[in-house]
Design a binder for this molecule. Structure first.
Ligand code: SF4
Ligand code: SF4
Ligand code: FES
Length: 499
């Protein structure tokens, strides 16, 4: 027998309640079949939608253990919690889609052309290959799972959300459309997206909504005169002038950055097989993390090179659509790192960019996040006991962009004297990414506040992460709320164990 927990809603009594049902265990039973079985066995009268039973109509979308899925595709497992999407509920698992359907109408989500001579009215425009951009965006089955999972639309009415951005992008990049949708995308909040990747991960049709719709639309806006936001322009200017997206603070002990100082201080010119790609934040804002990484690796018997010719990976420019200077950055970094066996990163955004975006420019490098590299190499017997209680925040660009979840947790569980506890939703976006911290700070703050509420329930000394952007954003909120917890980079924690 397996237990299925269903969050139900009785509209007559306006009552939300959870009921648990036991059903016979059957291999590979779909959630939809489990619901039918429960209704038959218990006469439970649970209300739910379905039609095609084949992943085609999108009507059966629900949440399983907090993640939106199609009930006809997801397999039921013992103790699963089934609930409706995060939309107004009509009854049990049935949600009200009328507001979203009205928005489709309000947004005029169809191609428009008044002009008979416009390209869209010429049949010869439809040629193979011309639909490459929007081909990747087609196939949406209107399940609204992405809308349910987007953390940003829960915080603002200014953003229409991933489903609509996918739709706008699909029209924008259709060669038959002859009007620009850039202005409409900006008006409907395209710069609110944190690039958390939750929509892409969720979509049952595997549409890369943020990568292939939102970022491409942002690039289109950048190529026209409307965008991007002013703070994003400053980042590009900084990269153009210095090769770095951020500069050292005036009182920094590293006035020219960590990389420069490391190379000035080093005593050997020996060439190593492993290189460290610091990223702008470690180089200019968190240089001590670079020092800890070098120290810990040395303790473990590894030497790294930190080449001075490295520049910004381009992550903030990719995410905000400012891609005109990307080829130059890719070229410089590729020439710098191409001969190394392994390139280490300690920034989720840099790692995701080097792994996922660089190959599109023909630059394939063997990049590893520091947690991937260190997992399995640590011996608690060689460490000092640190006696700290910690939790872990999954950076979106480490978890969803690089698939790294277990490795940092394995490391934490192997640090002598560390008590590791999970927070309620460690994978929920903190709001720092996608240019939102600089461009829409109120959203970054609202999402970080949610994160801090989860952290504060745990009574931990530190929340560990491997992303400088998450670190600054969560720390701002922890300080604002007078929390006793601070953020710590995994290398700083490891340094305590190896000091
Ligand atoms: S990437 Fe995240 S914030 Fe952006 S639309 Fe998708 S779910 Fe929403
Ligand atoms: S984009 Fe994907 S997740 Fe969103 S509504 Fe369409 S099919 Fe569903
Ligand atoms: S019933 Fe049609 S997608 Fe599940």
């Amino acid at each position: 027998m397996i237990t299925v927990n269903i969050k139900r809603y009785d509209p007559a009594k306006d009552l939300h309640y959870t009921e648990s049902y036991e059903i016979e265990e059957t291999e590979r039973m779909k959630v939809l079949d489990a619901l039918a079985l429960i209704n038959r066995k218990y006469n439970a009268n649970i209300a739910y939608r379905f039609s095609c039973r084949a992943g085609q109509c999108g009507s059966c979308a629900i949440k399983v253990n907090g993640k939106a899925k199609l009930a006809c595709k997801a397999e039921i497992e013992d103790n699963d919690i089934i609930e409706p999407l995060d939309l107004p509920v009509i009854k049990d698992l049935i949600v009200d889609r009328s507001e979203l359907n009205s928005k489709i109408k309000d947004l005029d989500m169809y191609m428009t052309s008044e002009d008979c001579d416009s390209p869209r009215n010429k049949p010869e425009i439809i040629k193979p290959g011309q639909y490459e951009m929007c081909d990747q965006l087609r196939g949406c089955i209107d399940c609204f799972s992405c809308i349910s999972m987007c953390p940003v639309i829960k915080k603002t009415n200014e953003y229409v959300g991933p489903y609509f951005m996918r739709g706008l992008s699909n029209i924008e990049f259709d060669p038959r459309e002859d009007e620009s949708l850039s202005e409409k995308s900006v008006e409907n909040g395209i710069y609110y997206c944190t690039s958390c990747g939750e929509c892409t991960k969720t979509c049952p049709k595997e549409i890369d909504i943020y990568g292939k719709a939102i970022e491409k639309l942002r690039a289109k806006i950048f190529s026209e005169k409307e965008g991007p936001l002013e703070p994003h322009k400053l980042i590009r200017q900084s990269v153009l002038e210095t090769g770095r997206s951020v500069q050292p603070k005036e009182d920094s002990e590293y006035p020219e950055g960590f990389v420069k100082k490391y190379n000035e201080d080093k005593t050997s010119d020996k060439k190593n097989k492993i290189a460290f790609f610091t990223g702008c934040m470690i180089d200019n804002r968190l240089p001590w993390i670079g020092e800890y990484l070098v120290k810990v690796l040395k303790k473990l018997g590894y030497e790294v090179d930190i080449p001075e010719s490295q520049v910004c990976c381009g992550s903030p420019l990719f995410r905000t659509g400012q891609i005109d200077i990307i080829p130059d950055l890719v070229k410089k970094n590729y020439e710098t790192f191409k001969d190394y066996d392994i390139i280490l990163t300690v920034c989720a955004g840099c790692g995701a960019t080097l792994k996922n975006n660089y190959p599109e420019y023909g630059a394939n490098l063997n990049v590893m996040d520091i947690s991937e590299f260190l997992d399995g190499k640590l011996d608690p017997e060689e460490m000092n006991e640190v006696n700290l209680k910690v939790t872990y925040h999954d950076p979106c660009h480490l978890l969803r962009s690089q698939g790294i979840s277990e490795q940092p947790r394995n490391i934490l569980k192997n640090i002598k004297g560390v008590e590791f506890v999970e927070m309620e939703k460690p994978d929920q976006c903190c709001g720092a990414g996608g240019g939102v911290k600089s461009g829409k700070p109120e959203i970054a703050e609202a999402l970080a506040d949610d994160k801090v509420d989860m952290i504060d329930k745990l009574d931990v000394d530190y929340v560990v992460t491997i992303c400088p952007f998450c670190e600054f954003n969560i720390n701002d909120s922890l300080k604002k709320k007078n929390s006793k917890t601070s953020v710590i980079n995994i290398m700083e924690l490891l340094n305590k164990a190896y000091e």
